[in-house]
Design a protein around this ligand. Structure first.
Ligand code: NAD
Length: 292
């Protein structure tokens, strides 16, 4: 089977072009959407993510603030930054880059963010709104991006058997909620580390979403002929031929799985670019809602 490669860069560009139009009309009404990104410590991957979020804001003419705190910042210091941002009317979206250093209680920080500015969609109020299908909430960016990829690729979710591998609050759980919502209408199974005979569970799936964090975990024997596969995983594997000494691979053994699929996302260039596009989209939504 010739599988369709879902190009996340192309779809992200489309989403950002839609955002560009919205930014223009908000600016014409006197509102410049603003995003604040809080980075605590010097985790190399987090630094890269934060830099690319801020860069994207600048490209699109959004107001952005990067607040960097040292590795040994106290919980109270991070909390104070969040509370100040809650009160800052030029800021519509706040995100605290995960994972913070261990002395920070990440859950408490997330709960301190004003839910109306929680563009990551991790605050309990937004989690509840997702479960309640209340459209005023913020949907976590990565699963929202996966849904958009499925839609743009013409993958029918309604009535489909979907298997989500992974049950994290960032990807797996919200992804399952979106697929089973009235918008997704899929029959959803959430698999995780204790799932028995995962291969058999996956073989039932018309749609597989892999969010595990293990390189090449989903192999060809786990995939039904004609399934659509969304690979959320971002894993570094050593590669001496690469300039940086490593390359990025997904959770899916792409080379052996792709020939069996109707559609598949590559890594890199699949889900990754969508996450940032949906973050921008959420920030615009926050700005709009704050001025309604
Ligand atoms: P996580 O570690 O919080 O969750 C991993 C999940 O995998 C868990 O729910 C666990 O039960 C499940 N799991 C572990 N071992 C398993 C096994 N043997 N069989 C079945 N399930 C198993 O990770 P996460 O934050 O959800 O991220 C998952 C992956 O997605 C990571 O590679 C991460 O880097 C990537 N990610 C990518 C983006 C993006 O923008 N593309 C965003 C977030 C996360």
């Amino acid at each position: 089977m010739m599988s369709k490669i879902i190009d996340g860069k192309v779809v992200a560009k489309k989403v950002l072009a839609e955002c560009g139009q919205e930014i223009e009309s908000l600016k014409a009404a006197g509102v410049t959407p603003g995003l604040a990104v809080v980075l605590v410590g010097n985790d190399p991957a987090s630094m890269v993510y934060v830099a690319s979020k801020v860069r994207k804001c600048a490209e699109l003419g959004l107001h952005s603030r990067k607040i960097e705190l040292p590795e040994d910042a106290t919980h109270q210091e991070v909390l104070d930054v969040v509370l100040a941002l809650n009160a800052d009317t030029s800021i519509h979206g706040i995100l605290v880059q995960s994972p913070p250093p261990p002395q920070i209680d990440e859950g408490a920080i997330v709960r301190a963010i004003d839910p109306a500015k929680d563009v990551d969609g991790f605050h309990p109020e937004n989690v509840a709104k997702l479960a309640l299908e209340d459209a005023s909430g913020f949907v976590p960016c990565t699963p929202a991006g996966c849904m958009r990829l499925l839609k743009d690729a013409g993958v029918e979710t309604s009535g489909a058997e979907a298997v989500v591998i992974g049950r994290s609050m960032i990807v797996g759980k919200p992804m399952a909620l979106l697929l089973m919502s009235k918008e997704g209408n899929a029959t959803v199974t959430v698999a995780h580390s204790r799932t028995k005979d995962l291969a058999a569970v996956c073989r039932r799936a018309d749609i597989i979403v892999a969010a595990i964090g293990m390189p090449g975990f989903v192999t060809a024997d786990m995939v039904k002929e004609g399934a659509a596969v969304i690979d959320v995983g971002i894993n570094r594997v050593e590669d001496s031929s690469a300039k940086r000494g490593y390359r990025l691979v997904g959770d899916v053994a792409y080379d052996e799985v792709a020939p069996k699929c109707s559609a598949i996302t590559p890594v890199p260039g699949g889900v990754g670019p969508m996450t940032i596009a949906m973050l921008i989209s959420n920030t615009i939504k926050a700005a709009k809602q704050s001025h309604e």
